[in-house]
Ligand binder design. Sequence first.
Ligand code: SF4
Length: 394
Amino acid sequence: MAPPTLCILRETPTNRYSLNAVAALVEAARVAWCPARSARDLEAAAAPGTAVLYSFMTPDLERVRGEVGALRPRLPGVRWVAGGAHPSADPEGTLALGFDHVFVGEAERTLGPFLAARDGPAVIRDPEGGPAELDPFPALSEARPGPVEITRGCRGGCRFCAVGRRRVRHRSPEAVLAAAGPMVAAGRRVIRFITPDALAYGGGLGAVEELLKGLRARGAEPVLGTFPSEVRPERVTPEAAELVARLCHNRTLVIGGQSGSDRVLRLLGRGHTVAEVVAAARNAAGAGLRPHVDVIFGIPGETPDEQAATVELCRELHRGFGARIHAHYFHPLPGTPLWEADPEPLYPETEAFLVGAERAGYLDGSWRDQIALARRIREWAERGWIGRAGRLGG
Ligand code: SF4
């Protein structure tokens, strides 16, 4: 089989940031690429010898399965390639969707050789799990400006999360500035970041300050600690909040709160307390930043009283500090320690609160969709679409 003459990056609203980095890797392999924003675009662009790259998460499973199942018979000679969070957690199940190759985990050192080679194995892993450093690899393609990944991995062990329990690597300030430079020069001065724990960049606030000052000196308006990054509550000290308020463009801080129960926070392996969530909101508000606090309802093992405590925490954060609440409903993700666990129900009092707070304008989030999603994920597993091999990666 000849090397692909073209890579088609199947773009969706949920994967465009990861495709920015994939595009850079494809360019480094000297292979042309184009995006496909619909199945129709994909079909029009594909030809024998083309590789079609999907990067997707578990909520997209049914859509991806349907699309690949429909297109594959109509596009002979195309290679179907998957990567990202879901394929990494369930490579065998992903192959069974109709893919020829699945990249597990980080692809900086595996995608280029795959594209250059005549063929590759069905499941492709970096034996070391990825590069030791991020700097040798571009954060994103210049043709696809967007948020710059400054930190990858997280030492946290949150049991619902697929990002945790992975070694942490930071992109150096010089490499971040190099990635941001072309965007600033093109007039995109607002620079956002991808990081699971924004205030931990570089190992401490000194590194965060150096990065932010370097960006501002080059005309950028950095946005740190809000979408697509967030902060852990114990890091939102008065000094950290003041730093963000002084050097960043954003006036909100997204804080991972998750529960109003210390017992549930321990069950989740969060490593912080409810009091630290309250202190984080207080410190953010004190610096002039609006706290936007993530909470999860229906966490496995959560009692009705503990769910009510999360509702009360939301009220307290809003009343005391003007916080906005970002509400989630627990849905199990393959490759996480809570994959086998079912969510607790959303109790009527909780639902009444969520609806009321939405109407009052201080609560957002996809909690309704996630109730249905949790059910669908279980159905997909029962149908054998997830975990066919009886084991999951992650
Ligand atoms: S939820 Fe955040 S802090 Fe916890 S493991 Fe995931 S990335 Fe780390």
